[in-house]
Design a protein around this ligand. Sequence first.
Ligand SMILES: [Mn+2]
Length: 426
Amino acid sequence: MKIEAQHLEDANKNLLDAHKDNFDYLATKLTNNGHNVEKILNKLAEFQVAIPSWALGAGGTRFGRFSFYGEPSTLEQKIEDVGLLHSLTQTAGAVSLHIPWDVPEDYNAVKELASSLDIKFDAVNSNTFQDQKDAAETYKYGSLSNTSQAVREQAIQHNLDVINIGNKLGSKALTVWLADGSCFPGQNNFQTAFQNTQDSLKDIYKGLPDDWKMLVEYKPYEPNFYSTVIQDWGASLMLANECGEKAYTLVDLGHHLPNSNIEQIVSILQLKGKLGGFHFNDSKYGDDDLTVGSIKPYALFLIFNELVYGMENNPQNPDLAWMIDASHNVKDPLEDLIQSLEAIQEAYAKALLIDQDALKAAQLNNDVVKCQEILQEAYRTDVRPLLEKARLNRGGAISPIKAYRELDLRNHLIDTRGKHTIATGL
Ligand SMILES: [Mn+2]
């Protein structure tokens, strides 16, 4: 299903006057403080975040899964859901597929559908963390790091197949996340596991088209609880450097031990030209995959401060692949994703308000108080009217959540797809 422009206009009608008042007030204030409001609006409009195909259904825990009904059960339906998100928010112009869950049956039809909804194909994700039906080898004890050459070869071939599928759709990046590791001390030889992983990644890298990137994701623990082969950004960066200039580190917000200084990690990776992608979510304890900005919005803002600085000052670092990597146990997945998209745009807009020249001057003077004042002045600004304006300019909703509910989209999805559909994913 598609949202008609008229329906969005109707949903916006009652909010328009208040939006105009709020926007005019903020725009005047920002302009008086030396900001270029048009430029900020353009940057917000350009900032598109990919939606992972596996986040469109209800997520689960190892204790259970509760359906939201009307979930997308085919690749086409998943792309339609991203289309709904994009219509409402104007910031979800890409989808990230997971193979083998999302292998297209008709490539041209899938491409046409995506392009009719203004959706691009972002990085494709391989899956060697679970066994596939009829597979000859098992990943129970690892994939690219496995002690068995036959298992490693199967995993390498899977990644090459994923590249091939992505290439046919117009993707330009492969994301590799490995569950490889060990559950107990002594189970693995750390050096052998790392060396095997490096050699396997190099074999995959050989099959990477010239205009592609390979994104190496890290994670400290889970599903293995003693060691993970690619445990942190250092391990990821070493592997990316060994593979070559098209390989980069990918930072997932939830893939750090508590209290890690993630903004410092992204900053240094950009300095070295090796930050390739970013996965948004939020967490209280571990890889909780909660709605972006729901737990630590100030930390997200500080990360965006570094990202904005890097995008301005580090031409050696390529454009980043932005994606939400979250899971939804108790919320409607589409509403959850709308909230995440809003939180990302909000943190980005606030980071764009940081007076970088003044910050630099204060840093040179060692004026610690002034440095904090500059950051918090930006953070405390209510930028939501800017987000509304950026959406409105492109035909989106002033309040995407309100429009989603007013248009009764979940019930429309249930009517067309049925109640007990289940989306593939985690
Ligand atoms: Mn991730």
